[in-house]
Ligand binder design. Sequence first.
Ligand code: ATP
Ligand code: GLN
Length: 158
Amino acid sequence: PLIRAQNAPVDAIPDAEFYKVEAILSVFFSYAGTIERNRPWRVQQVSSALLQMGIRGVTVSDVLGFGAQGGSTERHGGSEFSEDKLVAKVKMEIVVSKDQVEFVIDKIIEEARTGEIGDGKIFLIPVADVIRVRTGERGEKAERMTGGHADMSATTST
Ligand code: ATP
Ligand code: GLN
């Protein structure tokens, strides 16, 4: 079944023009007792789905993390990760205008979700401003991207 972020209107959180959607996604999984390293398809799938919909600004980093999941339920072969329970994850950061937040969250869930423990978490962070280094533009002018989601919806709705 399609899982969506449960009804949490973005109005319920500190108001800002822009938000950073920060997703910590798992890149490891265990299958039939073997440890599959890297689920690059997950990150790939999310970023290409976003790109297709005009979300063109994305920052991705390799991170280590631990949470309730620890290193046990999502097993890691007991090798290098067994001691500190740090698990390799990918962090995706996407800054968008307020009206695009729920769209981006739904896309991430749609593309990254397996339903297994360790699927990850999404954090939503208000962003005070955006500045484009090349031009010095701020705010909406800096956040907008040519051919981006806003441009795409403007063309399709008229
Ligand atoms: P230009 O001057 O034409 O805007 P640029 O190279 O300075 O080009 P971008 O390529 O748009 O700027 O962005 C630089 C980097 O900033 C990207 O590689 C990406 O990691 C990050 N980035 C840009 N926009 C966003 C965004 N909206 N959300 C998250 N990361 C972004
Ligand atoms: N909101 C921007 C736009 O519509 C896109 C931002 C992004 O790609 N992260 O142009």
